[in-house]
Design a protein around this ligand. Structure first.
Ligand SMILES: Cc1cc2nc3c(=O)[nH]c(=O)nc-3n(C[C@H](O)[C@H](O)[C@H](O)COP(=O)(O)OP(=O)(O)OC[C@H]3O[C@@H](n4cnc5c(N)ncnc54)[C@H](O)[C@@H]3O)c2cc1C
Length: 490
């Protein structure tokens, strides 16, 4: 029986394992998942306490515009665990001049599409608004070369829009520096709209109109194209699971064979063995000294880890993988008794532009955004983000200092000066891949090198999408590649 080894037990590796498991119904194929840490899920981790808090260490949601997580949930029969955000409270604030200012209604990514909210918002100055409106007249770029987010936004909408909107809102998704971020690799749609409509604002307005005209998909099962599912939750832009994002990890694990998923199982190196009969086998050297043989290997590990694993097989490939930067960040979640905190929590939280000179990047009012994160209506959870491309050092503060920073910033910004009843700190060292200028060229080089090693597949957030749905898709796609390859070698 052909064997596929999957390195990494994050959502990419688990999705891949599940795709192999399903393929077993038709093909004789075995799988093994190796995860170096002592738990599965990778960056997805929900801590659930005995007193009823559910705290996200990493992602708190997934975007509902991509189908792959719905498809996975449908196959696992757990669509009924998907929940929407509490959109009756959907407001985002941006800290400008030490005041929380509401993001005006109608902002699509970085573009205001509704006139009145744009005219009346105090998020932008009048010169800033006039500059943004100039987008209608700024000529489109002549060449189709890649560009940084910063250069694009400054060119089309002005610096104030970059500082107050694009940087915290859009670069924030990638924990990135907009001066380095490749627009083609992250938001190619912005470049396409400029080329097609001559103006980003015009393009967004057309996109909105088209969306309104499209048949509505009111539920997540509608989004996935599933039929007959019992799932009723209204589709919101960001969605999660009743028990937190960990639910999807637990559900996939439940569907796998327990004796094929190994934790505390670090792979140190992968070697390629060319048989005299033309066959290719891969040998995984494990930290405990064992050697595992496989016919195909899916590297579902972050690109920098994959570089170390693969360097003996292909040094230039390892070099390109190492060119994808990974940056560090941390989250601090604080739980309070509601009655102790004089704040209405009417919103999902706030973002902090770099220019405000603050030590935190953003703050989510988790218990407003999601139901089921606190034991009852008498508690709140606030989640503070630190680090990212330009302030990575903040992610490595010792616990007491990080806690002090979070509390002092919440006091200054939200006026909270009481002690939390719980604090949770999660650090993500080298946890966020950066799609910087040149990322697409790097991907091409990676593809070229990988093509020299039949049976090797790379998947995960380091390459073509950091979001959880993209990771699931890449894990599933890798398995399609494995099946095609093994089919040809049988
Ligand atoms: C703070 C934070 C917030 C985020 N928020 C969101 C969000 O709200 N929505 C969203 O869609 N995305 C979000 N993301 C991104 C998303 O979480 C990740 O892109 C995704 O979870 C990556 O999954 P993965 O399986 O590809 O990688 P990982 O989760 O990194 O899993 C890779 C696994 O490989 C293992 N591994 C590495 N080397 C080896 C080895 N040699 N041997 C064995 N195992 C190995 C690692 O231990 C790890 O468990 C966030 C990320 C962070 C850090």
């Amino acid at each position: 029986m052909k064997k596929v080894a999957i390195i990494g037990g994050g959502i990419t590796g688990l999705s891949a394992a599940y795709a192999v498991k399903r393929a077993q119904q038709e093909i004789d194929i075995d799988y093994m998942v190796f995860e170096k840490s002592s738990r599965l899920g990778g960056k997805i981790y929900t801590e659930r306490t005995e007193d009823g808090f559910a705290v996200e260490g990493g992602p708190d949601s997934f975007i509902s515009t991509k189908p792959w997580i719905f498809e996975l949930a449908r196959k696992l029969n757990c669509e009924n665990k998907i929940i929407g955000s509490n959109d009756e409270l959907k407001k985002t604030y941006i800290l400008v001049g030490n005041k929380l200012r509401e993001l005006p209604d109608g902002v699509m990514m970085i573009v205001p599409t509704k006139i009145m909210p744009f005219l009346t918002t105090n998020l932008f100055s009048w010169p800033g608004k006039i500059r943004m409106a100039m987008d209608f007249f700024v000529p489109k770029k002549k060449d189709a070369n890649d560009e940084t987010l910063s250069s694009y936004v400054k060119r089309r909408l002005g610096k104030e829009c970059l500082d107050r909107l694009a940087d915290p809102l859009v670069a924030g998704i990638y924990s990135s520096d907009p001066e380095q971020m490749s627009l083609k690799a992250t938001f190619p749609i912005l470049l396409e709209m400029e080329q097609k409509y001559g103006s980003l604002t015009r393009g967004m307005i057309v996109a909105m109109r088209n969306r309104r005209k499209a048949p509505t998909q009111g539920s997540a099962s509608g989004a996935s194209g599933a039929s007959g599912a019992s799932y009723e939750a209204e589709r919101t832009l960001h969605m999660s699971f009743k028990g937190g994002m960990q639910d999807i990890v637990d559900e996939v694990y439940e569907a796998l064979d327990k004796d094929k998923v190994f934790i505390d199982a670090e792979v140190l190196k992968v070697e390629r063995v060319n048989g005299s009969d033309g066959s290719i086998t891969y040998k995984l050297r494990m930290a405990d000294g064992k050697i595992i043989e496989a016919d195909a290997v899916i590297f579902a590990s972050p690109s920098n880890d994959t570089a170390t694993l693969i360097e003996e097989i292909d040094r230039p490939l390892a070099d390109v993988l190492n060119e994808i930067p990974q940056v560090s960040s941390a989250t601090v979640s604080l739980a309070y008794r509601k009655k102790d905190v004089k704040h209405d929590f009417k919103g999902f939280g706030f973002l902090v532009p770099l220019g405000e000179g603050r030590k935190i990047k953003a703050c989510t009012w988790s218990s407003s955004k999601w139901s089921g994160r606190v034991p009852d209506n008498d508690h709140v959870i606030i989640r503070v983000f630190l680090g990212g491309a330009r302030t990575q050092q903040m992610a490595f503060l010792p616990d007491d200092k990080m806690e002090a920073v979070a509390k002092s910033e919440l006091k200054n910004i939200m006026g909270i000066d009481v002690e939390p009843i719980h604090i949770w700190i999660f650090r993500w060292s080298n946890g966020m891949p950066q799609y910087t200028i040149g990322h697409l060229d790097r991907l091409n080089k990676i593809d070229e090198r990988v093509a020299n090693h039949p049976g090797i597949f790379l998947a995960g957030g380091s390459y073509r999408g950091v979001g959880i749905p993209d990771c699931i898709n890449s894990g599933t796609k890798a398995v399609e590649g494995v099946l095609r390859y093994l089919d040809n070698t049988i």
